[in-house]
Design a binder for this molecule. Structure first.
Ligand code: DQA
Length: 148
């Protein structure tokens, strides 16, 4: 079963950006970790990253046309204002889980609101890169059509 893992803007700078908030591990290392954990769950993962809103929307469309069974998405700052990403998630109706590495609720007011979460089955925040693995487990175990 196939899951697309989508990371949005500035997440390619993990390990460089605000390490006190996002941790020391770099993007490549986190992707390696996600792939290892996906293997253990017997899930196929396709990991994408873009700093461009339209590309993220195209990834979501691709997930639909290529019959992905689930999406794990960290839309970065687009979370807080991208109605276009929300619409894309709603359009494809693929079960999606939103992940935030940091606890957005402890941070600036503008990060407290997610417009994209309404297009997802659930949201995981504040648990670091482990959040991506929890999201894979949730897709697999919560009966969203993924048998593993
Ligand atoms: C983030 C939280 C967002 O507010 C921020 O803009 C990011 C990362 C997180 O993973 O904690 O880029 O999505």
């Amino acid at each position: 079963m196939k899951v697309m893992v989508i990371n949005g803007p500035n997440l390619n700078l993990l390990g460089i950006r605000e390490k006190n908030i996002y941790g020391q591990r770099d993007y490549k290392d986190i992707i390696r970790y996600i792939k290892e954990e996906a293997d253990k769950l017997n899930l196929e993962v396709d990991c994408r990253q873009s700093n461009i809103e339209g590309e993220i929307i195209n990834f979501i469309h691709e997930a639909y046309f290529n019959k992905f069974d689930g999406i794990v998405i960290n839309p970065g700052a687009y979370t807080h204002y991208s109605y276009a990403i929300l619409d894309a998630l709603k359009s494809v109706e693929i079960p999606a889980i939103e992940v935030h590495i940091s606890n957005v609720h402890k941070r600036e007011e503008f990060r407290h609101k997610s417009v994209t979460a309404a297009g997802c089955v659930g949201q995981i925040v504040g648990l670091g890169e482990y959040g991506y693995v929890l999201a894979l487990n949730a897709l697999k175990n919560l009966g969203y059509g993924i048998e593993g």
